[in-house]
Design a protein around this ligand. Sequence first.
Ligand code: TRP
Length: 431
Amino acid sequence: MKTLRVLTGITTSGTPHLGNYVGAIRPTVRASRLAHVDSFYFLADYHALIKVGEPARVQRSTLEIAATWLACGLDPEQVTFYRQSDIPEIPELTWLLTCVTGKGLLNRAHAYKASVDKNSAAGLEPDDGVTAGLFMYPVLMAADILMFNAHKVPVGRDQVQHIEMARDMASSFNHLYGEHFTLPEAEIEAHVATLPGLDGRKMSKSYDNTIPLFVPRDQLRKLIMGIVTDSRAPGEPKDTEGSALFQIYQAFASTEETAGLAKAYDDGIAWGDAKQLLFERLEQEIAPMRTVYDELMNDPARIERTLLAGAEKARATSRPFTARLRHAVGLRALDSQPVQAPVTKPGKSAAPVFKQYRETDGQFRFKLLDAKGSVLLQSIGFASPREAAQTIARLRQDGPTALTELQNLLENQADTALVQAALAHLQEDHT
Ligand code: TRP
């Protein structure tokens, strides 16, 4: 029995690099093999539209990331692997969540705030160049997570705030409409140090210092030879501390191998030889996956089929769950019976109710019952259900005042003060 549901997505806006592999892809593929984990992995292509305005690049990146995940050992039979935009229930849930999310909450999102701060610093309008898509980013992400009631969401540190916002949205929705959503938790890969790039800063597309995971062998070698080092000559001892080369090696090698390289640094290994060692160690792990990757990239139709099958699997959950959520918020077929009496607002006592019924004499009557079911008020017999309903409507609308106006249609069955209080309660709920 799989008890823990883990979900994560990758935005399809670029080509996976070694940093993505070490920080996200490798750990999630490993986690997906654990017997007790039910994994949901997806390609966040709606999210890509927020920052990428190039259709061809979105398509290309979606293909590359899907191929990467599969080449790295993700088994679509064992996990639910899909593309976000194949699940129309996601944008639908985004709207339901939008309506329970404070605008102020979204104002505090780091990504949005960073844009505003940058604009202010440049003397521009705070929202200059900010799309509503960027502003709504956390709501779309919450929909991704809450749709499948994920318990754990493995993410980088920069995404933790988004998971907290998803929790807030889930709580607000649950509070208003009943317990529908699991509150998700972020899972940070704490022991994985962020990988340095070619220039020694964090490997990131925005620094243009990445080593793509699946470049051809020759190109990989060339890139590695370009990693920054200091100017120490062969024979001079070298520092592992602050060496990008060493840190990348460490992310791939065993503890013993890493100790071996540390010793070689101490013994004054030439930078060229150290780079060759790193290249060989990377090749050992990457080469077999690269073969699969190249095959997959040459057969996009196969990936497309895999993703569509994954979407069907995901929608087996998202379709019925969305039907339940639609019902919960009141998006219902008009001829469906209201399943329950109106939900009592928190902080108020349980509401009185009207009950309509037909007597054996063929006439239509109604009663007003208090929260415990005692009769407070009873109507005379009406010729049609419509007249009974109209009388109820006036009582709801006008509250206690209607009591006097309609007195010849009604019979108090309890203390007038109690009846008036009940009508006042319903009137509040009504407005
Ligand atoms: N925002 C994430 C990123 O850029 C990608 C993402 C989208 C995601 N939806 C998600 C991650 C849901 C985890 C869960 O890294």
